[in-house]
Unconditional design. Sequence first.
Length: 301
Amino acid sequence: MSIDWLGYPQVVIVLWGPLAVVSGWHAAKRVIRRLPPRERFFLAVLVSMTPFLAMSVPYLPESPLRDAVPWRAPLAWGISNHVLVDGDDLLTVVAGEVLLLLFVLPIASLAASFALGFAQVIRGARRVAALAPERRGDLRLVRSREKVACTAGLFRPRIVLDRATAESAAAPAIIEHERAHARARHPLWIFLATCLLRSWWWIPGRRAVLAEVRLAAELRADERARAALGAPAVARALRAQIDAMARRDLVPAGTGFLDPHVELVHRAQALAAAPKNLPVWRTWAVRAVAALAAGLVVVLL
């Protein structure tokens, strides 16, 4: 059997495509990190979604686009075709089984990853409910001896604070930070990025993309809190939470003021520096170019 099978749709979608997407992000990482947090978050989430979108392109044999591309057809369109391998030698039989596995693997991995993600969301919601939250506007105040400051909920984000934190001097900065998460739907986007990147567990470098998603979300929320209250107030709140924290990551599906997945040095450095801003036209130019690149990968992969 020849090595042509390395270019089969299953192999490209499961291995070469995601590897190329993640490698491209790593190659551009230094440039991306010079951008404001909002654009960094957008790009990291887009990278996390691109392999899944490429795999999801349906098989459309009658589509005129099959003849419009410069080669046989977008490879993703053929992933649903069973590959017939001729021959009965051991290598040929093994190759056929591997190709069949590569058809099943991404689907099974996606299903398992999202099942785990939803289980974590449900577990987090139950843990919050067990703390008997009291509604106070858009806040949920809970009775806890441990520090709780997070935004929970995928479609209806809510801010969860322990009473001591809500009554502390750091409360305004923490609440403003969490409201920024809620307005931007960060818990939902982080949930999607986590489930999608986790499903490609065989691709090296994917964890760095997820770390960028989380870091950019925290930097963006810090930025909004700083715009409202000033950098010193946010820095003091961050320091107070670090000093008093007794437990981390109350709600795995949410995002919190003191997210244990985020390197705090980067947040401190960002607070010490001037805010990064781009003109509106550059912001949309960055997004348009990124969306175009992702779209080409999705359609032509």
